[in-house]
Design a protein around this ligand. Sequence first.
Ligand SMILES: [Zn+2]
Length: 193
Amino acid sequence: MDKKKRDAIENIAEEVRRIVMAGNSDNQNLDVYLRSAGVQVKYTDLSDTQIDGYLEWDIESLQPKIVIDAFEHPHRRVFSIAHELGHLVLHWKWVPTMDEFNKNSLITKQSGVVDVAYRRTDGEYTEQEKARETEANHFAASFLIPEQDIIDYVDDEQRDGKTGSQIILDIGERYFVSQETAGIRYRKAKEFI
Ligand SMILES: [Zn+2]
């Protein structure tokens, strides 16, 4: 993914965050905010399957529906929700402010399951699907940890004399993300400090 695309996705993710989260920062309650924005979020037992989530159009309610494995780690569940939201926005052109007419035309065009998140990403995807996965992951990280916010936070923590590994731990807690996601966003923020 080139820089232009990365930046565009970053901007879209932040715009969607502003609408969906409405100024709140508690990522652990992303499901609650998304339901208010018109996206169904369900948890179910997928532990016997190779998938840890999927996205579908619910024809009955005319709403997109994100289904997540209830037995994943809570950090992982939130990231998976943000990842599926990324597909919804980037690849299925859903927006939180969409009116009924546009919702209806989207949903009749694409009914049923439109994305499946596999546990093991190697070998399950075509090249185009791999590119979409990368984009959805970048959307999720940008949505959960907005760029300017993380730059300011890392800058403050450094001024307080915290080490890189302490800061990554703190990012994990503050944004409710895994150490892996925290590390990726920490390194990105460092480019600006
Ligand atoms: Zn995906």
